[in-house]
Each structure stands twice: as C-alpha cells, then as structure tokens.
Design a protein around this ligand. Structure first.
Ligand code: ZN
Length: 267
C-alpha cells in the first residue's frame, strides 16, 4: 500500500482507518463559522460538510508489532478489513497502546467479549484510566464498561505513567493533556530520525492555523489549547514528520509556514 506506510530509521508506521465520517464542521466546532471553513481549499463539500477519519496506526519497532488506538467499531467500521488489506495479521499484534480512552479510540478492543487482538497486552494511560473509570463519569461513557473494563478482568491491561513511558527503545510517550486528562502523544526516534504521533492534540487540519479552536471533545478546552499551541509550535519549528489520526488519509505530514499561515502539508 504505497503512501500508507513510512519508515523512521528502522521503525515502520502503517496508517489504517476505521472509517471516514462526514459531518458539519460546526458540530465539533460550534464557535466557528462556515466562512472560516470555506477558507481552506477543498475542505467543505457542496453541502457544507467536512470529512474526518477514524485513524489508527500500526508500528513495527524493536521486533514488536504495535497498534495505536482501535477505532470506533461502528456498524460500518472497516478497521479489521483495513488491517488485513495492509498485510497486518491482528493475531500477531503484541501491544495495543491508547492515546486516550474516547470511544473512537477503543472501539475494536473486543468483539463478542473476546479480545480482537488475542496475543496483545493493552496499554492505558494511568490518568485516563483514573478519570474514565470514575463511576459518575462512566454513567455517560458506555464504552468504558463495554470495551475497556473487560480488558482488566481478562488480565491483559497495563497502566502506564503518561510522561516518558518507553513502549520500546524507539517509542516514548509524552503527556499532552487537555483533550482528555491522560492524553498522550508518542515520539518515534530511531537511527537519527524522528516522528511524532499526535493523537487528538489536533482534530482537524484547520487547527494548524486556528490553533485556538477546541472541538467539543476536548475535556479541558483551555488546557487543550495550551498543549496544542506548544506541540504545534514545536513540530512546525522542527519540521517533524507527524502522524495524526483524524487528519486526511493517510494522516502523515508536516506543519509548515506558507503564505503567512501555519498549514498542514500532507505527504
Ligand atoms: Zn478521536
């Protein structure tokens, strides 16, 4: 699948998706205007809708096969098919790592009560676990008892501290809170090359320019905004290769400065 995989030193990143929802951009971003969305060439269709993506990432690093996030598992979800199409056998996945515990990131953990990735340990950021397993929060988060808690009962779930957890020698987490309390990004560093797995620090490429925009999914919009400015400023200054789950397929690219604006340049 040309275009869906990149190498960073000796690490391979393969982009996979669970689907491509289409909706009004004013749903996730109610404080914005359609005029602003129309500034971006090709962003809105004739019905003023915007396409998004439920993206996951397969990473080959240090002899391990790793899946970052597991999609939504809507009725028309395509993650398992997409893994197969891109040559990934779900039964060989060693680790599943979550950037955070939103429903569109934990969807395919289990099918019919059985782990979809039977060999894998599932790694959950501690602060997201603490937040989402609060009984009051769980009342409005049905995906936690259905797709996350069973992993603990099956004894295949491990918690990790958000900052600087080493998944492998080449993959290190960094705490990027705001979207959720325990949200993480992942730094890939191998043979002098680097990449950054963004998670949901940004939800749409429009936030490259409108970095203050917070989607309704940010649990702490002010903190999310601070985190987003810091991370995007750094990625732009360093020209780092980025993988972003909700950005247009395959979600690889860089933040660049052109025509006086920060922009997303997909590759
Ligand atoms: Zn998301």
């Amino acid at each position: 699948m040309a275009g869906h995989s990149v190498t960073v030193g000796s690490v391979e990143l393969v982009s996979v998706s669970d689907g491509f929802p289409i909706r009004s951009p004013l749903m996730p971003f109610p404080d914005t205007s359609l005029e602003q969305w129309r500034e971006f060439p090709g962003m809105v269709d004739d019905n003023d809708q915007v396409s998004s993506r439920y993206g996951s990432l397969v990473v080959r690093s240090g002899g391990k096969l790793i899946l970052i996030d597991t999609g939504l598992q809507a009725a028309d979800g395509i993650l398992l098919e997409d893994l197969k199409n891109k040559g990934v056998n779900r039964e060989e996945i060693d680790l599943v790592v979550f950037t955070h515990l939103h429903p569109d990131h934990v969807g395919w953990n289990l099918v019919g009560g059985k782990p979809t990735f039977p060999k894998a340990r599932y790694l959950v950021p501690q602060k997201d676990w603490d937040y989402w397993t609060d009984p009051i929060v769980m009342q409005n988060a049905e995906h936690i008892p259905s797709q996350v808690l069973p992993l603990q009962d099956l004894n295949i779930l491990d918690l990790f501290d958000e900052d600087e957890y080493r998944i492998t020698d080449e993959l290190t987490t960094v705490h990027t809170p705001g979207h959720t309390p325990g949200h993480i990004s992942i730094i890939v560093s191998s043979a002098g090359e680097r990449a950054y797995i963004l998670g949901d620090v940004a939800h749409n490429i429009a936030q490259a320019h409108y970095t203050d925009w917070s989607p309704i999914f940010d649990s702490d919009p002010d903190l999310a905004r601070v985190t987003r400015h810091e991370v995007l400023d750094m990625l732009e200054a360093e020209g780092t290769l980025v993988s972003a789950g909700h950005f247009p397929d395959p979600g690889f690219g860089r933040f660049i400065r052109a025509s006086g604006r920060r922009q997303w340049q997909g590759i």
